[in-house]
Ligand binder design. Structure first.
Ligand code: ATP
Ligand code: MG
Length: 654
């Protein structure tokens, strides 16, 4: 290989942000914690033995012969073992006498629309759906595309697929027909499960026409199974069948046959924040073992008493692992909410916390920053004394947003766990443990027991404490992706070619002086300013620490003097008026917080930021604006009109 020219990737990430706040675990929680500090030492001493004990929490029809077969970079876990995921998530709890326990409190967007589903009822529904899938000719290994709103039929369909060994591919209910079509084709799905529509911001919004468009160009799709959710008029073609016609008449008896530990469980496409989505393949045994254990450990789940709510969409990996598989495998009681946080009012989330006495809440920084923008007085109106653990996932959480979350939602008593992971990792990888960790706001802290993560320089050498670079994972883990569906070469190229023998997730990170880990955003987003590598996360966090700023996104734009210059897009907090001197004030604030090198060249006040459907900022589109280019692929954008609003703000942009 030719020597690399010195450029942005050969430089260490500058370590600018200093954060001295610490939060000790609450004494009571620590005293009764599911997982203690001993787990780290235990896993260090015998990593595979640790994962074996994790897997033993599941019910296996046949125990595995070999814990790990590692043929770099292809992993097989619990080889020879057999189990049924749906049996583990549902039936075994009923058999253990917990049939009357609530699996899901489902809360529709219309306020009087809710359902309570016990484990026994879930078992009946999953069995009926499994029988229906068999009747429709779906067999083991077949792919089923699922395009549903956040209604009970979504987890029921996933579990029914898992039960019969079919492979589900859930596609966000907000994606376009082109996005749905490309996912149907990539996975070669023979069945699509959808609904007439779903509720979005107080009104029914149609799904079926989007499916019709996609299916018209998908000859491999044999049938479309349609749930009636909104009752709106829909066109019905040859392939279409109503869920209530096919599923309701099925038997509630269905024997769950065991499947191989390495049989495919599902395909899920990544969010598309950085480009063309990748069809991530997850398999059965290792995935379920790690999602169940991490859900128990990271949230300190007490299934007898906790009411758990993860606000993610099930169409995203967080929903797969921490609304469906992890919580159900643990016999938890969860809440599923169909709608948006501002329908019919901006206190809806806190009303739900109060109504169900939620004790564990898992949400995303984008939501937290939105709540900050709306104002402290909204959550203050609700009784949230039931909460005891708070989680965050999806993006780096800015220290200010973390502290706001802890204070205004957690009453300054609940630990916040900042969980780093990806669609590819399947389960949480780096996170505090709520009964162990003295947490730092903004830091994901330590790899979980059994996970070997590190930060390396561009040569793949471990950086010392205080240094920054590339996050890597050195050893395989049970819930890891097995490949990119149908494209082993892309799997190797994307994750395993940057550093020899190490998994490279694409994220930058630093180790602080204590060796704790801070995620610094995607390495593609790192800015090179006058010879310094500066992370977008640190500048954004500095901006968000200003009392007038609710959200910020920064990008590097080509600059004749400094190489790249920092361009910032900020959203102001609810009550703040835009004034002429705000930009100067914020530039001075960043210079004071991080140093003059990180001072943005430009600050633009905008009404919204471009985000994916999972709520992540798409910096590549902002880079297009800042560099005055036409805007790139926007198919995974939640709201395509946002880019026009932003372009108008930039004097030089088109
Ligand atoms: P694509 O890979 O298609 O660009 P994506 O990376 O947004 O999409 P996901 O798998 O949903 O798709 O997101 C995983 C990414 O989200 C991580 O690689 C990381 O960049 C970011 N992320 C998730 N949780 C955290 C966290 N706690 N702290 C920092 N970053 C996080
Ligand atoms: Mg990614």
């Amino acid at each position: 290989m030719a020597p690399e020219t010195p450029g942005k990737e050969t430089q260490a990430l500058s370590n600018l942000l200093q954060e001295n706040r610490r939060f000790a675990p609450p004494a009571e929680l620590a005293a009764a914690a599911n997982v203690t500090a001993a787990a780290y030492a235990e896993a260090d001493a015998d990593r595979l033995g640790f994962w074996e004990r994790v897997a033993e929490r599941l019910t296996w029809a046949k125990r595995w012969d070999t814990t790990l077969e590692w043929n770099t970079p292809f992993a097989k876990w619990f080889v020879g073992g057999e189990l049924n995921v749906a049996y583990n998530c549902v039936d075994r709890h009923v058999e253990a006498g917990h049939g009357d326990k609530v699996a899901y409190y489902w809360e529709g967007e219309p306020e009087d629309d809710s359902r309570v589903i016990t484990y026994a009822e879930l078992q009946d529904e999953v069995c009926k759906a499994a029988n229906a899938l068999r009747e429709l000719g779906v067999g083991k290994g077949d792919r089923v595309a699922v395009y549903l709103p956040m209604i009970p039929e979504l987890p029921i369909t996933m579990l029914a697929c898992a039960r019969i060994g079919a492979v589900h591919s859930v596609v966000f209910g907000g994606f376009s027909s082109a996005a749905l079509k490309s996912r149907i084709h990539d996975a070669d799905a023979k069945l699509v499960v959808t609904a007439d529509g779903g509720y979005r911001r107080g009104a029914p919004s149609a799904l079926k026409p989007t499916v019709d468009e996609a299916v018209a160009e998908s000859p491999q799709v044999e049938k479309v199974l349609v749930v009636r959710r909104t009752g709106q008029d829909v066109a019905f073609g040859d392939k279409d069948l109503w869920w209530h016609d096919v599923v309701d008449r099925q038997s509630t008896e269905h024997t769950a046959e065991p499947h191989g530990a390495e049989d495919p469980l599902y395909i899920l496409y990544t969010s598309g924040t950085t480009g063309r989505p990748k069809g991530i393949l997850h398999t059965t045994g290792g995935y379920l073992a790690q999602t169940a254990w991490t859900h128990d450990a990271v949230f300190d789940l007490k299934p007898e008493t906790d009411i758990y709510w993860c606000t993610a969409d099930i169409g995203w990996v967080t929903g797969h692992s921490y609304i469906v598989y992890g919580p159900l495998a643990n016999g938890a009681t969860s809440v599923i909410y169909e709608g948006t946080p501002d329908t019919p009012h901006r206190g809806r989330f806190w009303e739900i916390v109060q109504k169900y006495k939620i004790s564990i809440l898992y949400t995303a920084p984008t939501a937290i920053r939105t709540f900050m923008k709306w104002g402290d007085d909204i959550p203050a109106k609700f009784d949230m004394s039931s909460l005891r653990v708070l989680g965050s996932v999806g993006e780096p959480i800015n220290p200010e947003a973390y502290v706001w979350y802890r204070a205004n939602i957690g009453g300054d008593r609940c630990p916040v766990v900042d969980t780093w992971w990806q669609t590819e990792t399947g389960a949480i990888m780096i996170s505090p443990l709520p009964g162990v960790t003295h947490a730092k706001p903004g830091a994901a802290m330590r790899p979980l027991p059994g996970i070997v993560a590190d930060v390396v320089d561009d040569q793949g050498n471990s950086v010392p404490d205080g240094g920054g670079g590339f996050l890597v994972i050195r050893e395989p883990w049970p819930a890891m992706l097995r490949t990119i569906w149908g494209d082993d070469q892309r799997y190797i190229d994307t994750y395993w070619s940057r550093f020899d023998g190490m998994y490279f997730p694409g994220d930058g990170a630093k180790k602080d002086e204590d060796g704790d880990l801070w995620l610094l955003g995607r390495v593609d987003d790192v800015m090179l300013v006058s010879g310094h590598n500066i992370s977008t996360t640190e500048v954004e966090s500095a901006l968000v620490s200003h009392p007038k700023v609710a959200e910020a996104a920064v990008v590097g734009a080509t600059d004749p003097v400094t190489g790249q210059a920092i361009v910032s897009f900020v959203i102001l907090r609810g009550t703040v008026e835009e004034s002429d001197d705000i930009a100067a004030e914020l530039r001075a604030h960043v210079a004071k917080t991080l140093g003059p090198i990180a001072k943005p060249r430009q600050i633009l006040v905008v009404p919204e930021l471009p985000k994916t459907r999972s709520g992540k900022i798409m910096r590549r589109l902002l880079r297009d604006v800042a560099e005055n280019r036409s805007i790139g692929d926007v198919t995974t954008l939640a709201d395509s009109t946002v880019m026009n609003l932003i372009s108008e703000k930039l004097p030089s942009a088109k």
